[in-house]
Design a protein around this ligand. Structure first.
Ligand SMILES: O=C(O)[C@@H](CO)OP(=O)(O)O
Ligand SMILES: [Mg+2]
Length: 399
């Protein structure tokens, strides 16, 4: 009864105003699922390929849709995703586009859940999942590839680790975001917003650390539970000619490792994503060895949600956490495989949005389904609050 009877694809807007792929999947017994592909700006070199949406849609209509319609059950996610891989025939979805693949994969999951009458997180995670909620990592100040003339470090992320509920955590991050704006105001620093809704002031990284520390501790005092913060350094974007570029200054790999280790201790960072270049497994391993007992060192561009790259990292101890972005790899099955491999090896899997997003809420369900300790999905702004509000609804049994 979850046999797929139709797959339609269209171009819709993403949060940057670019076109992206949206998929609708219908099943025999009336199940319906709709999902849209997100899109990165600081993309990893090893990500699956995002094609221009018009091309991705045309190729998916030609190759994937005939393998799905009347052939595959939406309730059987591995079958759906196997058909997508078979239709594409490449390692990196360069034929039908990872954007078409991920939209169809997620829409099929939603259609499967719809037929079963189960919330998506339960369909994906099983009956025994869904009691734990991730701590939202909220982007408060940022720059890098997400905003011009702002910080070198891409994201300064609030982490309300002591929040008694996911709802209180979500509101805590919004308060930190608001408090950071007041502090910037007090300092006379104007700030626009970056792609993900974080403040993008023209301040040094050192000043951003200070502002974050103050904002987090003010809100912590007000709310009475522990709030810490973390970073996405997105270091691959800074790495050129063998050194890390911070404006006019540079750091060697050793200096970068020392700097990050110092920041972890000085600011009690709970989370550090992509502290080093995406090809530097060794550097990652050294840093993890130094500070991995007190913070998460998370591989985003390093692992690109890919089990082969993750296995390489596991072999050398390159990180203790992996960022999971379904569109980096193309299907939910692949994303789940990465989560499973990580957790079998004692690593935490953190579920993440992209800088270009839509109102799609799949990742909120994915985070609950996989029992993720953190979800990174912004703080404010509609396409981010869509996921945060969905987490609140899941906790309230209202989905
Ligand atoms: O680097 C990241 O983690 C993401 C999301 O914050 O950015 P992008 O989607 O641009 O790769
Ligand atoms: Mg990142």
């Amino acid at each position: 009864m979850t046999r797929i009877t139709s797959v339609s694809l269209r171009r819709v807007l993403d949060s940057r105003g670019n076109p992206t792929v949206e998929a609708d999947v219908l099943t025999e017994s009336g199940g319906f699922g709709r999902a849209a592909a997100p899109s990165g700006a600081s993309t990893g070199e090893y990500e699956a390929i995002e094609l221009p949406p018009t091309e991705a849609i045309a190729a998916a209509r030609r190759h994937a849709v005939p393998r799905l319609v009347d052939e595959v059950y939406a309730g059987d996610q591995r079958e759906v995703d196997g058909a997508l891989r078979g239709a594409d025939g490449t390692e990196n979805f360069s034929e039908i586009g990872a954007n078409s693949a991920v939209a169809i994969s997620m829409a099929a999951a939603k259609a499967g859940a719809d037929v079963l009458g189960a919330p998506l997180y339960q369909h994906l995670g099983g009956a025994f999942r869904g009691d734990n909620f991730p701590t939202p990592l909220g982007n408060v100040i940022g720059g890098g590839e997400h905003a011009k003339e702002a910080t070198n470090i891409q994201e300064f992320l609030a982490a309300p680790v002591g929040a008694p509920s996911v709802s209180e955590a979500v509101f805590a991050n919004a308060k930190v975001h608001a408090r950071a704006s007041e502090i910037l105001d007090e300092r006379g620093v104007p700030a626009a917003k970056g792609d993900e809704g974080a403040w993008a002031p023209a301040v040094s990284d050192a000043e951003a650390f200070e502002i974050m520390e103050e904002a987090v501790s003010d809100v912590e005092d007000e709310l009475g539970f522990e709030i810490r913060f973390g970073l996405d350094i997105a270091a691959s974007e800074m790495f050129e000619d063998g050194v890390y570029h911070y404006g006019d200054e540079t750091k060697t790999t050793d200096e970068q490792i020392d700097y990050v280790a110092e920041m972890v201790d000085e600011y009690d960072l709970v989370y550090v994503e992509d502290p080093l270049d995406e090809n530097d497994y060794e550097g990652f391993a050294e840093l993890t060895d130094r500070v991995g007992d007190r913070t998460l060192i998370c591989g985003d561009d390093l692992f690109v949600t890919n089990v082969d790259r993750l296995q390489e990292g596991i072999d050398v101890g390159a990180a203790n956490s992996i960022l999971i972005k379904p569109n980096q790899i193309g299907t939910l099955s692949d994303a789940f495989d990465a989560v499973e491999l990580a957790s079998r090896n004692g690593m935490d899997a953190v579920i993440s949005h992209r800088s270009g997003e839509t109102e799609d809420t799949t990742i909120a369900h994915l985070a609950v389904a996989t029992d993720a300790p953190f979800i990174k999905t912004g703080t404010v702004q509609g396409e981010r609050t869509a996921k945060l509000n969905e987490l609140i609804r899941i906790a309230d049994d209202a989905v």
